[in-house]
Design a protein. Structure first.
Length: 157
């Protein structure tokens, strides 16, 4: 970062502040996350846990975004029968095909409960949208060999 400050004699001098240091571990973690994002986005079938008909909510926006990009999208919401002409499923177990990625757009406590279903169903690619993740959810994924993307919105990938 550059900062201009007056030097002796009234002239401006440029002071250089070092860029924040990124540890090798943080760099590796970032690279690993980018690799996972590429892998996840190369898949075809996404389940959206928390899909909703409320157009202002991310559960709706993510559903529309992924559909518009050509993905097969399976909305999961026990309160909806259908979302914009697409059948909704009450749970992941009710989806008639094996989905490649499970995208969570629900509160962390709901995420934590449904992750157990992911493990039981052998759904191994988990995307935790910002706001749906928790330290416990991320730890559960790591402890159970579930690949997890977190702290990044799928719409930005």
């Amino acid at each position: 970062m550059l900062r201009v400050a007056p030097a002796a004699g009234g002239q401006s001098a440029v002071k250089r502040h070092p860029a924040p240091q990124v540890s090798a571990a943080e760099e590796l973690e970032e690279d690993a996350m980018q690799d996972l994002i590429k892998e996840f986005m190369a898949q075809k079938r996404f389940a959206i846990v928390g899909a909703t008909d409320d157009t202002k909510k991310y559960g709706h926006q993510i559903f529309k975004n992924l559909k518009s990009r050509g993905y097969e999208v399976y909305p999961v919401n026990p309160r909806l029968k259908e979302l914009e002409g697409t059948r909704c499923y009450p749970s992941l177990a009710d989806i008639p095909v094996n989905v490649d990625v499970v995208d969570f757009v629900v509160p962390p406590e709901v995420t934590e409960a449904i992750l157990k279903e992911c493990k039981r169903l052998r759904l191994s690619r988990i995307w935790l949208q910002p706001g749906s993740e928790s330290e416990a959810a991320i730890a559960f994924c790591h402890e159970n060999n579930l690949k997890v993307v977190h702290s990044v919105c799928v719409m930005l990938s």
